[in-house]
Ligand binder design. Structure first.
Ligand code: NAD
Ligand code: 0WE
Length: 260
């Protein structure tokens, strides 16, 4: 019997088969979870629907997480379809392209707002509507990156958004713990996805990660999916408010001995 048999999971943030959210979805499905999906913009339907149908999803809804009415409508559908549910996966981030280049000091007010609203507030927006539907407790999981802790070139305003997201994880965990709802984040090493494509120097960062991380390899969607199964299962029943690193150990390194 699968670890997540009898559990229902909502997945926010699949854009295509390379998405981390899709890696998580497949891993949860393999352990017996029933899945529902929501995608951010209409253009993604043609990508997400076939993937979702492949795992027999009964709910496939468009939901821009920056639109309160859209989020309300999505959770109405969730209530109609499942009544209650157990697992929520938030795998969403967005900053204006212009803010992922150059100097952080040049970030505009509107760029800051966009990044923080989409990448950090959206978890709060989803959690507040999930709470009444997670009737038997549950697990909320989000995705973060080490750029929240230390400076990663070009990550800029996204680093600030991830710092807010991670603090949000702790405050949500404190609020929702009494209802048996756990809230955690996975901090993944770099993975080639849509959100990572077109980032200047990304390939070089991946190569460097493979050389420097203790495990001497890059991270896959499957690595993240397996940790997600654990965090969403009863095996992590007393784990909440945590940032779990799935990065081959990269974050423990202070320095390396340069070859140059
Ligand atoms: P991705 O492009 O596949 O996923 C990002 C998703 O965010 C997309 O599905 C997109 O539609 C969605 N999104 C953006 N704005 C939205 C909105 N307003 N409403 C609803 N959905 C919206 O890329 P990914 O790499 O799988 O990213 C998923 C998460 O993983 C992000 O939080 C990202 O920061 C995090 N992460 C990625 C990496 C990496 O190297 N790829 C590493 C660590 C953490
Ligand atoms: O969180 C992310 C990606 C977030 C992201 C990516 C984009 C690209 C296209 C947010 N918004 C946008 N907006 C766009 O228009 N990652 C952890 C992947 C990532 O992004 C980087 C990285 C890594 C790693 C950006 C700079 C440096 C490293």
């Amino acid at each position: 019997m699968g670890l997540l048999e009898g559990k229902t999971a909502l997945i926010f943030g699949v854009a295509n088969e390379h998405s981390i959210a899709w890696g998580i979805a497949q891993a949860l499905a393999a352990e017996g979870a029933e899945l529902g999906f929501s995608y951010g913009i209409p253009a993604l339907e043609k990508r997400v629907r076939p993937l979702a149908e492949g795992v027999n999803a009964r709910l496939i809804e468009e939901c821009n997480v920056n639109d309160d009415d859209a989020v309300d409508r999505t959770f109405e559908k969730v209530k109609e379809t499942y009544g209650s549910f157990d697992i929520l996966v938030h795998s969403i981030a967005y900053a204006d392209r212009a803010d992922l280049d150059g100097r952080f000091v040049e970030t505009s007010r509107s760029g800051f707002h966009t990044a923080l609203e989409t990448s950090a507030y959206s978890l709060v927006a989803l959690a507040q509507r999930a709470e009444p539907l997670m009737r038997e407790g549950g697990s909320i999981l989000t995705m973060t990156y080490y750029g929240s802790v230390a400076v990663m070139p070009h990550y800029n305003v996204m680093g600030v958004a991830k710092a807010a997201l991670e603090a949000g994880v702790r405050y949500l965990a404190s609020d929702l713990g009494p209802q048996g709802i756990r809230v955690n984040a996975i901090s993944a090493g770099p993975i080639k996805t849509l959100a990572a494509s077109g980032i200047a120097g990304f390939r070089k960062m991946l190569n460097y990660h493979e050389k420097v991380a203790p495990m001497r390899r890059s991270i896959t969607q499957d690595d993240v999916g397996k940790t997600a199964v654990w965090l969403c299962s009863d095996w992590a029943g007393a784990v909440t408010g945590e940032i779990v690193y799935v990065d081959g150990g990269w974050n423990i390194m202070g320095t390396i001995i340069p070859t140059c």
